[in-house]
Structures are given as C-alpha cells and as structure tokens.
Write a protein that binds this ligand. Structure first.
Ligand SMILES: [Zn+2]
Length: 278
C-alpha cells in the first residue's frame, strides 16, 4: 500500500509494500525547493544587498554567481541537508494499523522516517518553496538570512553561539532553516523566555540553557526527539489516529524498532535487536 498526501510545505508518502519480517513501513517526506540567484544590479560583477532583504537593514557586499559556483552550492546544500534529516527516527506503531502477514505470521510495522530534498532552479517544476540566494563577497563574514533567503555561506559550519563555559557552538545554518521548513520552531518557543506569539527570532528563543543552545533548532547541530514532530504529524494526518500531545502516539525513537508479532505487541516489547523470524 502506498498512501500519499500533501502536507502543504512538503509531501508525505507512507509505503507499506516494503514491509517484511524485518522491514517497517517507510514514511518519506519530500520537499521541493526552487533556488533563485540574487545577483548584483545591472549585471555587475559586484554590488550590495540588504540583510533579510529588508531595505532598512545593513547592506552587505555581494558578487555575481557563476555557473560553477551555483551548481556546486545547490548540490552541497541539498545533499548535506537531506543527509542531516533523513533516516534518523522510527515511530512506534501503537495502533492496530497496517498489519500484514509473512509465512503465516502476523506483523505490525513501525514507521521509518525518511526525508528527500529536491533542489532545482526556481520555476523548473512545481516547488514547495522558492529560496533566494545571495553570493557573499569573500570579505563579508555575516549576512542576515531567513528561511527563504540564504547566503552562499549558510552551508558553512560556523560559530553561532557560546556555552556557559564559553565553548563555541557550531551550526550549519541551512540545516536549521530546513528544520523551519519542516514546521519546527526555535528550541525555546513556548517557554517563559520566548512566549508564543512574540518575535521568535529573539536571541532567547535560540536557547538559554546549554543543552537547548546545542539543539539544531537553537544554535547547534544536535538532533533531539522533538524534531520527529513533522513525521509524527504526517502519520497522524495519514492514519487519522493519534495526537501530537500524547507522546506515546507514534512515539519517536532514535534506534531501529523492528516490526512486531502480536505477542510482542501485547507485552509492549520493543524489538531493537534483530530477532529470529520465520
Ligand atoms: Zn531559525
């Protein structure tokens, strides 16, 4: 069975045809990005562009994209962001759904979470997001980016913050921005230091406590359990079962959980070591 639907900012497809004694159903989120060059005005080799594309903000020096720099940048963006988000979570199936039979034995699959990022030039085909990209002059160290305006250095691993012990916290910005496109908020959104409805780009929203700062939705590169929400949300929508508020509904795990036979389901066993199956 293949069950697909649009989640607005990406597509979700659940594939249970791959299920057997060892393989769970696959849930692949596919996001199509259209990249658009921002070049200096008047076809010049160099020029300026404003932070956040906002004329009231600082200007930065930019240079013209070349065919080679553009192709390389897109390829690096797509492969590294996809690698970061792909195949990191399994969702435990706590519902009587998608049961199948192999060699006379019934199995209930869990859900393996995949991510496919497709990056092309804007307008080449239907895309979920159009992303403008400036090529920074080598002398520029910083540019104000957001989720649909990037700079050529957003794929670099740079210091985004410091721990309480003054240790640098590194981040590749594009991985964080793709997290936003998947529907994830900054790490501290909803806490007292970053109330819902406030400007969630304020510094405290990127984390105050060290472990929160390290989150990929803070200032670092750490993947956390709550980052499985886009896949959990897709499963709730596709299956019509469960709620995000109940953490055991499509509960996220960071290790492979094999499909279960009825006795394992009944005893609520987690099969994380490869079992012997008929
Ligand atoms: Zn952000």
């Amino acid at each position: 069975m293949k069950l697909g639907m649009s989640m607005g900012k990406f597509e979700a497809e659940l594939d249970s045809d791959v299920c057997d004694q060892y393989n769970n159903a696959n849930l692949i989120l596919t996001m199509k990005l259209g990249f658009r060059q921002i070049n200096p005005a008047g076809n010049a080799a160099s020029g300026t562009y404003h932070d956040y594309g906002n004329p009231t903000r600082s200007t930065r020096k930019i240079i013209k994209w070349t065919v080679g720099s553009w192709e390389l940048w897109k390829k690096n963006f797509v492969s590294s962001a996809q690698n970061y988000w792909h195949g990191k979570f399994w969702l435990v199936n706590n519902f009587d759904l998608y049961t199948y039979e192999k060699n006379g034995v019934k199995y209930r699959p869990n859900i393996w979470c995949g991510f496919k990022l497709v990056g092309k030039d804007a307008g080449a085909e239907a895309q979920h997001h159009t992303i403008d990209v400036v090529r920074l002059d080598p002398t520029e160290k910083w540019f104000g980016s957001h989720e649909t305006l990037y700079d050529s250095k957003d794929t670099d691993n740079v210091v985004k913050g410091r721990t309480s012990a003054n240790k640098p916290i590194m981040q590749r910005a594009h991985v964080h921005e793709v997290g936003h496109l998947l529907g994830l908020d900054h790490v501290d959104v909803g806490k007292a230091n970053c109330p819902v409805g406030s400007n969630t780009n304020l510094a405290p929203c990127y984390g105050v406590a060290d472990p929160d700062k390290q989150s990929v939705m803070g200032q670092g590169m750490q993947l956390r359990m709550e980052h499985a929400v886009p896949w959990r949300r897709a499963m709730i929508t596709l299956s019509g079962k469960g709620s995000l508020m109940t953490l055991t509904d499509w509960e996220a795990k960071r290790v492979r959980h094999y499909p279960r036979i009825p006795s394992e389901v009944a005893s609520n066993a987690a099969i994380i070591n490869r079992p012997t199956r008929k």
